[in-house]
Unconditional design. Sequence first.
Length: 384
Amino acid sequence: MTPRERVGAVLDVDALLADPGTRIVVCCGSGGVGKTTTAAALGLRAAEQGRRVVVLTIDPARRLAQSMGLVELDNTPREVAGVDLSAGGRLDAMMLDMKRTFDEIVVAHSTPDKAEQILANPFYQALSSSFAGTQEYMAMEKLGQLRAQADRDGSWDLVVVDTPPSRSALDFLDAPARLGSFLDGRFIRLLSAPAKAGGRAYLRAFSAGMTAVTGALTKVIGAQVLKDVQTFVVALDSMFGGFRERADATYKLLQDDGTAFLVVAAPERDALREAAYFVERLARDDMPLAGLVLNRVHDLDPSAPSAERALAAAETLAEQTGNPLTEQLLRLHAERVRVAEREVLITERFTGAHRLVPVRRVRARAQDVHDLPGLREIGADLAG
């Protein structure tokens, strides 16, 4: 099939979900395009078709919990009630708690005394709660844990990931490596060297070379903060073996044939521009792209009047002092047609530049989805 023949190729979501080789589905894209709802709908549809699914969301608005009828989600997968299990499937859901995930890693990879020291460290507390890139790194860490548990005890055969709401869709791929490089980098290790120095002679020689650096840092961030960082890094180094290696391991998991990326976008310029960047990045990093989910699309009814005809009819009614309600409805229809036409043009720019990317369109709805029936409707749209 030539690239020209592939233009407008349709994404077969049901085939993707039914394939036992699909072990991880990652929903990615810029913020506000419906990733959370898409992830939940995919998880529900897969479960009701017989897959054992866990959905991992990183959504502070907790919309996934509401949609699935749960009081709340936390760092532990919980079974979703009301799912049709007649096909033998199962649906669990959880929401990432990045600090708790970080704490669990500390406890799992250190002695009780060392863990207590790290957990009480002020620099660690700030890092685990709000440091840039921590959420994205912990999302990857939790994904790795879920996949390892699935391989170990067969709890799930499909993990659906709703990526963090970031300024840029690329943050999900870039931030973990940045955090890993920071924690495993030369500068941090340099700061930790005085505390790990084995002899006084070495420490005196090292201190002579570090005096200017540490003096400047002390003026900027304070002596206590610098001491907290040094203490934290020494403890971290003894138990982790390098954050960059952990990020690299999860990166390889994302490149595996059992992983499928679904880029989610709205038919808007900025969202599709982000989607284009992500598609190109996935290709460059040799990551398996399944296709694009184009969310909140306004359908064009070929039999309906054009915007020009609707506006002309509205003007005629206005001149004839006709029915004002009908006039307003005609104007509203004209605006909807123009929105739909604009969405088509914007989408065609993306599909023209990325001819080999299959697309699945999901129609816009009058209100947000907050329950399982609504998620089933979204899932039906995704399946076509």
